[in-house]
Design a protein. Structure first.
Length: 183
């Protein structure tokens, strides 16, 4: 596994369901090394801490392998890294192989997998489509949240090392399916 892109964004206006809102879903790739703080990456923001951010959702990771299926499914040729609101675009970090609780070494930081991302209406607004949350729930290309266990620096090209993993813990995919279909 490796980091393909590190992405950050600031909160900005976004119309969600016809209503004005604020979101930091529009992430943009950063060149060079980025500081990993206690609850976020340097230069990153979170507009709604009730559902994003905080200690257990400090960093959002998304597998790069999901981009080509999305391009095909949506008929969009250009999808820059960070389009799904992820902070880390990761190669080889599949939801069916990553487990809840896995401790990952990335650059000089350590991050723990906490939960899958469940899509919200801001994803619909980001793509200007009413069906993105439904599509993500159906295809389970969710990505996952990470808690920051130790601060440091990360950058594109860094190897992602699994430092600790419990084979009895559910995969991100299994946890996503449980959460998505439990209510």
């Amino acid at each position: 596994m490796r980091v393909v892109s590190v992405n950050v964004g600031l909160a900005e206006p976004l119309v969600v369901g016809g209503r004005p809102s604020t979101s930091a879903i529009r992430k943009r790739p950063v060149l060079g090394s980025v500081a990993v703080g206690k609850e976020r990456l340097a230069g990153d923001d979170c507009a709604d801490r009730r559902v994003h951010g905080g200690p257990d959702k400090a960093v959002y990771a998304y597998p790069t392998e999901h981009y080509d299926p999305w391009r095909t499914e949506l008929g969009i040729s250009e999808l820059p890294w960070g389009t799904f609101g992820e902070n880390l675009s990761l190669e080889g970090a599949h939801e069916d192989a990553i487990r809840i609780g896995d401790l990952l070494g990335i650059g000089t930081a350590e991050l723990a997998v906490t939960r899958p991302r469940l899509p919200c209406a801001k994803l619909n607004a980001r793509f200007a489509r009413d069906d993105m949350t439904t599509r993500m729930l159906a295809n389970a290309r969710s990505g996952f949240y990470l808690a920051i266990r130790s601060t440091g620096r990360i950058m594109a090209g860094d190897e992602v090392r699994v430092l600790v993993s419990d084979p009895a813990a559910p995969t991100v995919l299994a946890d996503f399916r449980r959460r998505a279909h439990s209510g």
